[in-house]
Write a protein that binds this ligand. Structure first.
Ligand code: TRP
Length: 456
């Protein structure tokens, strides 16, 4: 597409807000806290932070610059840079399609909790075992999932995304204030929360391991929407006079800040309620849903605060799912010229099938394991820990050894001096490819050797 035909973001803030809006979602509020709790608290934070300012920074700068330079969406962009790397664009574009279905299953859980808090069942939801019982039914979670994905599809089909985004931009600061309030309240009043806080922020180096790095890296990709072409698309809309470097730092801080805050809300409380029981801390995807209703239950006006909280999380989830679906729909449209409505319907059907599988994984098919994982965890693992590292690795190799880092540095320098170019070159040439390769090999070997492929 010619550059004149592409929309651009109006200003600097426009770009950062749009990118941050798509970045901030369930990844920060739901996924980050459960990984932090599971992988040793403080040590996970430290690894995440270190990766974010080196690895995340480098990859994000590279992707935005690729987009701005080529003025294309990912499939076209990779092809334009090097014919042999065309497959990377295709692989990257498939990732949002695989994330969207299970993202919507979690979105359905959030919807159920919002509805529950609004209709006054907050107390019931705070009962031990409520969440486990809820997801092990099949029909209700399935219906909420379908409601969530249909809502997303309607917004994408009608093109009323702007309206939702406006509402969500107003709500996000409110969400942050609400989260701060809950954090302060729970740290001050819940017995044992301070020990939990220490667990969350103090690194315990004995818990460091390859798994921590893999989990943190997967989360980094997911949360910052990296290694799936999204930032290339964003970059293609970015004006030349806006600093890629500064915008990247702002998105990084914003994204990590919200994730950290969500963790502060959930991890210390979980630690306190369970007295540091590793099984409770390792609860995985259900952590937020098990812990937060108990936190709200312990507060005055907790049902109102809880209702407000879940509604806002729902909005954050919706803006992300809309963005995810838009991406898939526009890929179908660009590649095969399928109309917008038909593309939406195709994506909706596809998501309904994969999402139903994820729901089944918690109920009738809870005995079915793929690579030793539940179905939802399996989709999450394949995208975050296998496909995204492959895309990231290929991107690094393409930039470092084919188009050369200078191409990216020149693009970034258009809007001023690229201060961290030495860091950028070192990471993209050596650090990132070596780490990514090691992680991929480890993940593949670990998965395929220690567990059976299919377990029924
Ligand atoms: N980063 C989003 C989150 O934290 C999830 C996400 C992944 C996403 N890929 C995306 C959102 C693409 C929008 C577009 O929840």
């Amino acid at each position: 597409m010619a550059s004149t035909q592409r929309n651009s973001f109006t200003g600097k803030l426009g770009f950062v807000l749009a990118a941050a809006g798509s970045a901030v979602g369930l990844g920060n509020i739901w996924r980050f806290p459960y990984l932090a709790a599971k992988y040793g608290g403080g040590i996970f934070l430290l690894v995440y932070l270190a990766l974010s300012v080196t690895f995340g920074f480098t990859l994000m700068v590279a992707e935005i610059a690729i987009g701005r330079k080529t003025q294309q969406s990912p499939i076209g962009a990779y092809k334009a840079l090097h014919k042999r790397f065309a497959f990377v664009g295709v692989l990257a574009s498939a990732i949002p399609a695989l994330i969207l279905p299970y993202y919507s299953v979690i979105g359905g859980w959030v919807m159920k909790y919002s509805a529950g808090f609004i209709t006054g069942s907050a107390g019931e939801m705070a009962n031990d075992g409520f969440f486990g019982g809820y997801i092990s039914q099949f029909t209700e979670p399935l219906l909420w999932f379908l409601a969530f994905i249909s809502m997303t599809a309607v917004v994408v089909m009608c093109g009323v995304k702007k309206g939702i985004e406006k509402v969500s931009k107003v709500m996000m600061p409110v969400l942050v204030i609400l989260m701060l309030f809950v954090v302060i309240y729970s740290l001050c009043t819940i017995d044992g929360a301070i020990d939990g806080l220490i667990y969350y922020v103090k690194p315990d180096f004995s818990r460091f391991g390859v798994k921590t790095v893999i989990a943190a890296m997967g989360q980094l990709f997911y949360s910052m929407s990296l290694a799936m072409g999204i930032m290339i698309t964003f970059g293609s809309y970015m004006k030349k006079d806006i600093s890629i470097e500064r915008s990247t730092h702002q998105i990084e801080i914003f994204d990590a800040g919200i994730a950290f805050l969500a963790g502060l809300m959930i991890v210390p409380a979980c630690f306190a309620f369970s007295k540091g029981d590793p099984a409770a801390l390792g609860a995985g995807p259900g952590l937020m849903f098990g812990v937060l209703p108990q936190v709200f239950e312990a507060m005055p006006a907790g049902d109102v605060i809880g209702a407000a909280f879940f509604v806002m999380v729902l909005l954050a989830a919706l803006t992300s799912s809309i963005s995810l679906m838009e991406t898939v729909v526009s890929t179908l449209h660009d590649k095969w010229h399928i109309s917008r409505i038909s593309s939406c319907l195709i994506v909706l059907d596809f998501c309904a099938v994969l999402g139903t599988l994820s729901c089944l994984g918690y109920s009738h098919w809870s005995h079915v394991k793929l690579l030793g994982m539940q179905l939802l965890d399996f989709f999450d693992f394949v995208t975050n820990n296998l496909m995204m590292p492959v895309v990231a690795l290929a991107t690094c190799v393409l930039v470092a050894y084919f188009i050369k880092p200078k191409t990216i540095i020149d693009e970034v320098s258009i809007s001023g001096d690229f201060k961290q170019k030495t860091l950028f070159s070192a990471v993209i040439r050596y650090v990132a490819p070596v780490c990514l390769l090691a992680i991929l090999i480890w993940a593949v070997m670990g998965t395929f050797t220690s567990i059976q492929l299919f377990q029924l």
